[in-house]
Design a protein. Structure first.
Length: 143
């Protein structure tokens, strides 16, 4: 694993069905919440990326449901990257319940495109540099 980031998210009442189980669509929302916080931790935001004329559309989402999440549980959402992006950024996700049990795995593939032309492009050099700096800092912190 090249890098990872974790955040805690509480299952809200509005996210559950009549049985008190979190609806499956909310896992994808959690992936995005964790990815957004990870970018913020790295010193970037989607707003900053878009100010630099880059958009990151989702190309593919995969989600595997292993066990349910319940109303008011605090879940740990871990996002990770196994390889540096080129034309695509692939972010893996793991969701753990309060007892540390893995309840969901997922993967989101994002592309890069110029906002003015809407044409695909490679990961911008400044984005890759920010990732490399974050990885270097993370490795230094671990020592």
């Amino acid at each position: 694993m090249l890098l990872s980031f974790e955040t805690k998210i509480r299952v809200r009442y509005k996210d559950t069905d009549q049985m008190g189980i979190m609806h499956h669509s909310n896992y994808i929302v959690m992936y995005e919440m964790a990815r957004t916080e990870w970018l913020r931790e790295m010193g970037l935001t989607y707003a900053e990326i878009e100010r630099r004329s880059i958009m990151s559309p989702i190309i593919e989402v995969q989600s595997r449901y292993l066990y349910p999440a319940f109303y008011d549980e605090v879940l740990t959402v871990k996002v990770f990257m196994d390889e540096m992006p080129s034309a695509r950024l692939i972010i893996g996700s793991e969701v753990y319940n309060e007892s540390g049990k893995l309840i969901n795995t997922g993967r989101v593939t994002l592309g890069f495109m110029h906002s003015d032309t809407r044409r695909p492009c490679r990961a911008p050099e400044w984005f890759v540099s920010a990732l490399e700096e974050y990885i270097k800092k993370s490795n230094t912190d671990d020592e």
